[in-house]
Each structure stands twice: as structure tokens, then as C-alpha cells.
Design a binder for this molecule. Sequence first.
Ligand SMILES: [Zn+2]
Length: 361
Amino acid sequence: MSNKVPTRLPLFLFVLSLFSPVRAAGQSQGNYTYGPLPVFELHSGFWINLHHTLYHDAKLRTTAASPDKSGKTYGPTLNTAPGAKPSLSPAEQRIWDDAVAYYAANYAAKDLLFSTELVQLKDQLGDFEDCDELSGRKRKFCDAGLPAKLTQVLEAAAPVYRAHLWPDHDRANRRWIMRVAPLVREQGVGLSERLADIYQTRWPREKIRVDLSGYANWTGAYTTADPLRVTISSLDSRNQGAAALEVLFHEGSHGIAEPVQAAIIRQCHQRDKAIPRDLWHALVFYTTGEVIRPVIGSAGATAGDQDGSVPGGGYTPYALREGLYQRGWNDYFKLLQKFWQPYLDGTASFDDAIARMVSSL
Ligand SMILES: [Zn+2]
């Protein structure tokens, strides 16, 4: 996707910030980093949450203005109390509406996952989570280098967001993190090694940064490359309970599934077949589900509530539970069960499994 690396704070500033007022400013803003865990580093950052909230509101506004002909609605089912609308003063409401209007005009038509501009903006806002400003007016190293108008919009909306929505979003983020962290600590290394083996590659040596956000994109979670970063909605009903661990490793797998895509493409070329657009993604869903299933089964008590489980125990993987296969991937599902599962069971090779799937398409 994006091959430009966003500017980051120099390391020495980061180290310094642990002992300086910046940290205090960060704390007063309620940024939160859970650590240390293996494999992932989990964040609840103020700016990235504000950004996704404005994007979400702008998207709702533009969708309401011109309804999608496909009938697809924007936005997930959220785990928020019904009717829980913040009560903004008229002045706050005006500021918020202006910010949403700016997002509607500049960003709502762009995709959070596919727009290089939005990917870089998100990464940048993540990097500056310990700053309570983005302009560098008070502290030079808090100049995030964003377009001037955007900086103004975000800094103006910040106090409104901080007073009304951020406490709920931050709480949901932390709750999500606290629930998944013990499983990551217990199982993270094993799972990452198993997945890397399956995809015949290495899991990234650096920990993968994961930003929890009240809102993410329409699928509830997304992953961007260079640098590899994951954004997960902590309010999305699809990401709760035992499913949290699967969502985490599914998204992380986006960073290592390239050999599968390459092998599928190679096999298609050899057979002069059209490349099936989503087969690799169905495969990643299938694989993560199968790898997670026994872990959740044995760690059910730690996993918290019972979302994602079926009566009589056991865990239903995300793609089955959310009906992804029924919505156009059913043929893939059959191929995965028939040819990929033997590879997962150790009775077929990687190349054979992919070759057989492709030749059966
Ligand atoms: Zn995915």
C-alpha cells in the first residue's frame, strides 16, 4: 500500500518523554499503552480515536445525504447504550459540526484502508499520541506536520471530544485490551510462530502496533503496511469476547500472508486462470479461525464472556459466525476444507494444497 514512511518522533525524544512533562500531558489526556506483551503493542491513543470518530460521523452524514444504491449501510453495530448521545452545548455542537463538515468534504469519500493520504494521517496521529497538541505551538516536537487547516480542525474539536466521547471510547479500548492481554501473554508467541510456519515466512521481529479505537473502518478492523499497523474498533460487536484474539491475529496475519497470495497467483498463471480476488483473504480467515479454535477452547475461562462460542463449548471462527462464506465465499470454503485443511493437519504440502485449490476453481 503506502511505501512512504511517515515522519516519526526521533527516538531520543521518545525516551525523553518518559521523564518529561510530555508524559504528564499524555497522561492527562488519558493515552494508554498496555505493555509489555509479546507480538503486539496495544494502544488507546487520543488523536487516532478523534480522527476515526470524525471520519465515522462524516461518513454517516454523507451517506445520509446520498444513500448508497446498493443498500449497504455504513457503520457497524456498536456496543453502546441505546440513546447514549452526548449533550453538547450549542458552542461545542458548532465546533463539532464544523469538524465533521471538514471531514465530510475532504475525507469521507476516501477509504481508510486504500487511501495513502488517510493511512499516513492515521499513522501520524498514532505517533503523536503523547502530545496534547499537533501544531507544535507549545512544544516544538509536537508539530505533527499536518496540513494547517486540519491541525486547526483537530485541535478545535479535541476539547469537545475529550469532554464527551473520549472517556467512553478510551474505557472501551482499555476494557478490550485488558481482556485480550492475558491470552496474548499466554499464547501470543506460540500462535505467531504457528501462523508464520503455515504461511512459510517469519512473523515480523518488531512488535506490531495495534490501535484500539471506538470506531475503525466499516469492517471493524483494518491493517496497513509500511509500517505494519492494525486498527481495531473496540465498540464493534463483531470484535468482542473470545473473538478479540482471532481479530488480533487475523489482522496481524495480513502482514505475513503475502506468500499465499504469491503462490495463488503463480498457480493461476501456470494454469492460465483468472486470479480469484479474495481466495487468499478467505484462506487467512479460515486459517486464523482454525489455529485459534483450540486455544480459545482450552482458555475459555480466560477469554471472558461467551461471544463467539456455541452451546456445548467450542469456538466458532469469525468467518463462520459472521456468515462471510455464505456471502459469496462458499466455494472457497469448500476448497479450503478439502485441500487446505490437510496442509494444516500436516498431511499435505503447502504447494500441493495451493495447486489443488487453484486447479479446482
Ligand atoms: Zn482481513
